[in-house]
Every structure is written in C-alpha cells, then in structure tokens.
Design a protein around this ligand. Structure first.
Ligand code: PEP
Length: 257
C-alpha cells in the first residue's frame, strides 16, 4: 500500500509571522513521522530557514517551490539545489503550471531541473496537467503523455523512486473548480499506466500520484480514497491550519498508523 502524501504549496503567500505560526501549528499537530501519511510544506525561499526551525524534530518535511537547473554559479536570482538542501529541504516542486504558463518553463527545462535536483539528492514533486481547452478537446491523455515524456526525459528508473507525480488540471488550480473523484481517478490511472510502459509495472505501482486543484477539507477524502490517488498537493487551503490540518487528518484516517 502506498504511503499517502500531503504537500502544502504556499506559493508567494504569507510573511514571516503568519508563516511561522502556520508551520509551528502544523508541527505541533504532526509531532512525529506518520507511517501512513507524509506531510510536506513548501514556503517561499526567504522563509525556508525559519520554517525549517519551526518544524525541526516534527513529522513535517520541507520543500522548495522551484530550483535552478544549473550548478551554483553566476545565475542572478536563481536558487541552486545544493542551497535548498543546505537549508533543510528534502523536496522541490517542479513543473508547476504557474511556472509553465507564467514563466515559460518547457518540458525540456523541467527535465533538466528534475535531473539536477535528483542528482543532488533532493526528491521531486513533478506537476503535470491539462488546460480546460485541452480537456474539452479530449486531449487530456495526450497532454499528460507529452508532459510526462518531456519532463522525465533522461530520468532513470532508480531516480524515479524519488519522484512524486502531481496531477494538477490547470482549470482546477486556484479556481474553486475541482476535478470529480472520477475525473481524477481516470487521469491518475492513465499516468500510472504511462509509468508502467515507460518504466516497469513495479515502479508504476510504487510511485505516488497526487491530485492538486482546489483540494479542500470538504473534498479531500473523496479524492484521496480513489485507488490511484495517493494524496494531495494543496495551494489555497494550505495557508490556514484550520483548512490544511483536516486534509492531513483525512489522509491519516485513510491510512491509520
Ligand atoms: C497548486 O497550486 O498546486 C494548487 C493545487 O492550488 P489550489 O489548491 O489553490 O488549487
């Protein structure tokens, strides 16, 4: 049985005081690693260090929201994977639709970032997902295939064991529209099949595939109880403990300790 995974992507939100209050509250609520559910928070870069302090010795892990594909050097404004590790990150989110659409990140760049992150020892939350126009044109599977093939180009089977996939339909991110449990399950099953063809059945079976897109306390359980949905990547609802904690608790109910 796959361990569920609940990650909070703070995006460009919160400040030191509100972020630390949220992180400390979460650490208190998740004092130690839970065998059935992994919990990760991804604050903005300036708050990684204080948040690392707030969640130290708890069951909450730390992730960055992006990284450079390059090794440390003359890349103004960029953050190296070694720096993320240096401040306590185990994870980095890559290929988020906001990076793809607002900052022009291509599958090829996402693949380079993924390779750099994995080579330096980080684990990766790799996001894929179709737009509304693509879904309406019945292109969802084709778009997912293209993003998976492009973003995982050159990634070996042994490295894939440190990749979690996040299926995030673009039309559901931050919109209040959520994929139905059936829509999510169908896309996740397709992604798992893709993994079995590109890699192998064992790896496809062990890889976690998260759903992201307006996950809330009200819909988290019905999404995560789908057989191929292994957790959630949460944006808006991770900014308040009263919203994020019930999502973590829903996962813990599905995978009791
Ligand atoms: C996200 O940005 O990864 C996300 C899923 O956001 P939201 O939960 O706000 O839709």
């Amino acid at each position: 049985m796959r361990r569920l995974f609940v990650a909070g992507n703070w995006k460009m939100n919160l400040v030191r005081e509100t972020g630390l209050a949220l992180a400390s509250g979460l650490a208190q609520a998740c004092p130690k690693s839970h065998p059935g559910v992994q919990v990760v928070v991804c604050p903005p870069f300036p708050y990684l260090v204080p948040v690392a302090g707030a969640i130290a010795n708890s069951g909450v892990e730390l992730g960055g929201q992006n990284c450079s594909a390059e090794k440390p050097g003359a890349f103004t404004g960029e953050i190296a994977t070694a720096m993320l590790q240096d401040v306590g990150c185990q994870w980095v989110i890559l290929g988020h639709s906001e990076r793809r659409t607002l900052y022009g990140e291509t599958d090829a760049l996402v693949a380079r970032k993924t390779a750099t992150a994995l080579a330096s020892g980080l684990s990766v939350i790799l996001c894929v997902g179709e737009t509304l126009a693509e879904r309406q044109a019945n292109q969802t599977d084709a778009v997912l295939d293209r993003q998976m093939a492009g973003s995982l180009e050159g990634i070996s089977a042994s490295d894939l064991s440190r990749v979690v996939i996040a299926y995030e339909p673009v039309w559901a991110i931050g919109t209040g529209l959520t994929a139905t449990a059936e829509q999510a399950e169908s896309a996740h099953a397709h992604l798992r099949k893709w993994l079995s063809v590109r890699y192998n059945a064992g790896l496809a079976d062990s890889t976690r595939i998260l759903y992201g897109g307006s996950v809330k306390p009200q819909n988290a359980k019905s999404l995560m109880e789908q057989p191929n949905v292994d957790g959630a990547l949460v944006g808006g609802a991770c900014l308040k403990l009263d919203d994020f904690l019930p999502i973590v608790r829903a996962a813990q109910e599905l995978r009791p300790a």
